[in-house]
Design a protein around this ligand. Sequence first.
Ligand SMILES: [Zn+2]
Length: 185
Amino acid sequence: MGELEGSAPPSAAQPVFDLDAIVHDNEQWRATFDVGALQVQPTKQAVILTCMDSRYPAMSIVGFKLGEAHMIRNAGGRATDDAIRSLIISAHALGTRACIVIHHTDCGLFGQTNDNLRSRVKSATGQSAAHIDFLPFADLEESVRDDVEQIRACRFLPEGYEVVGMIYDVRTGLVIPVDTPHHDA
Ligand SMILES: [Zn+2]
């Protein structure tokens, strides 16, 4: 995969997807496919909660390979109710016992406000999104700390569940741990 070599966006008049091309791309994926025997339980018993950003593969930036960790991705990598739902299932049904929260530089949610995002939705669709909290943030370390705390506070995760926080720099590839106050549940 070439850095900064992503294809140009299609024009607005064209559909995004070409199903024949997708089927063809899948043939290429299958040409070297050798992971059909992996087990469903992640072997490193870990979960990564991170942003949906298209510029980094969540696993490999922290050294995980296919089959080793669960990936939960959403806008910002925030500890939403649905992210926590996934963590609970991951822990109790599939044996994970630790989560890394990774937020990143140049995030699309950084510096946004709910008002701004709601007015974009309103002007594009005419619909009110006043009830949606888009969870924007203005301080990257603080957002990591908040989400680490949110997960640590979850009473449905197992005893001894480990949660750490990190920041990923999309320009350099560097991952920096974020100090989070530890306290026992
Ligand atoms: Zn992001």
